[in-house]
Design a protein around this ligand. Structure first.
Ligand code: ADP
Length: 369
């Protein structure tokens, strides 16, 4: 048996899972790190956590690391040089990579002999063609500041696209899928034969779909306008677009369940937010359909994608001519399944994502090699 710890050190939380083989022995989340009522910082949160867990016979620790830049295309065994490389990417992920590093350093100090593996959110998207990764701005300027599309949620898109092939009983290498990860953060990905060829998050996780608190796509001139006419500081604009926009900005709630309740009660701002959210998903589905040429499956995952039949139905409404039709009865069911109308050309799948399990799998594969 292989006992593994998976750590996901976010900007203000630490999620953890302890596995014995495939069995989850323990797991949870330490919240409010660095805030009132929570641990003072990541290091003390981890110290408490590692003290409390039964880590006898631990054979490895897998870390979710948000930004792997252009360098990391696969999970990587952590050494001094890898730590330096993750630190070098901090300017590209100022909230996330530092927290990930604290986790890595804390484990090193407390469990120096246990191998650690970094599993990067960006790695799956290293297959993006240059035409998908490059923004249409001056090349020298872009390169100087490492401005390009990196894409995120890679662990989830990889897992659910592979799982979709299993559900369809087809070889992963032979199918085209559009995966829609709709959680607090949200992103779309076009996967051709197991390779990410387009994705909606860009240089940062701000671009693309409408999210709980993030705007997704906007005209960059909005930022100039807020700066010039509104006199807002750059950090305040950053905070507005990342933490006070999306569903929260439109309707005052970032939780989709609450939004759906308000919409059902006839709240017009909730209705509008729902329409904007679903419309954006449909735009990406159309765009990725055109890029891929043909699509075998569209797959919904994460909190909203797995649990909201309303969003799934609305996002794909009216696409019958593209071979896409959601069956209302199957849409209401549960579990990993195809919810397309029987006989429809394109499968519509709902797949439960499990990033921790996937990180454990990747970690196990690397340390057993
Ligand atoms: P994270 O991105 O933090 O991992 P999740 O994948 O758990 O988050 O997604 C969180 C989102 O899922 C929240 O907006 C939440 O309201 C939504 N959600 C959870 N359950 C439901 C449900 N039954 N119906 C609609 N939305 C749901």
């Amino acid at each position: 048996m292989t006992r593994l710890l998976v750590l996901n050190c976010g900007s203000s939380s630490v999620k953890y899972r302890l596995y014995d083989g495939e069995v989850v022995l323990d797991g949870g989340v330490v919240e409010r790190v660095g805030e009132d009522g929570g641990p003072a910082d990541h290091a003390s949160a981890l110290r408490e956590l590692l003290d409390r867990l039964d880590l006898a016979d631990l054979s490895g620790v897998g870390h979710r690391v948000v930004h792997g830049g252009t360098r990391f295309a696969a999970p990587t065994l952590i050494d001094d040089e890898v730590i330096r490389a993750i630190r070098d990417l901090v300017p590209l992920a100022p909230l996330h990579n530092p927290a990930n590093l604290v986790g890595i350093e804390a484990v090193r100090r407390l469990l120096p002999d246990v191998p650690q593996v970094a599993v990067f959110d960006t790695a799956f998207h290293r297959t993006l063609p240059e035409a998908a990764a490059r923004y249409a701005i001056d090349t020298a300027t872009a390169d100087r500041y490492r401005i390009r599309r990196y894409g995120f949620h890679g662990t989830s898109h990889a897992y659910v696209s592979r799982r979709t092939a299993e559900l369809l009983g087809q070889p992963y290498a032979g199918i085209n899928t559009i995966t829609l990860h709709l959680g607090n953060g949200a992103s779309a990905c076009a996967v051709a034969g197991g390779r990410s060829v387009a994705t909606s998050m860009g240089m940062s996780p701000l671009e693309g779909l409408v999210m709980g608190t993030r705007s997704g796509d906007i005209d960059p001139t909005i930022i100039f306008q807020l700066r010039r006419e509104g006199g807002m500081a750059v950090d305040d604009i950053d905070d507005l677009l990342n933490h006070r926009s999306g569903l929260l900005g439109l309707a005052g709630v970032n939780d989709m369940r609450k939004l759906l309740r308000r919409r059902a009660a006839g709240d017009p701002s909730a209705e509008l937010a729902f329409e904007i959210y679903c419309r954006r998903i449909r735009e990406y589905v159309g765009a990725y359909y055109a890029l891929l040429g043909w699509v075998d499956a569209i797959t919904f995952t994460a909190g909203v994608g797995e649990r909201s039949p309303e969003v799934r139905a609305e996002a794909l409404a009216g696409l019958g001519r593209l071979g896409i039709a959601v069956d209302p009865g199957l849409n209401l069911g549960t579990g990993d399944r195809n919810i397309a109308v029987p006989g429809a050309e394109v499968a519509v799948c709902v797949v439960g994502t499990d990033e921790e399990r996937e990180i454990a799998r990747e970690t196990r594969a690397l340390i057993n090699r």
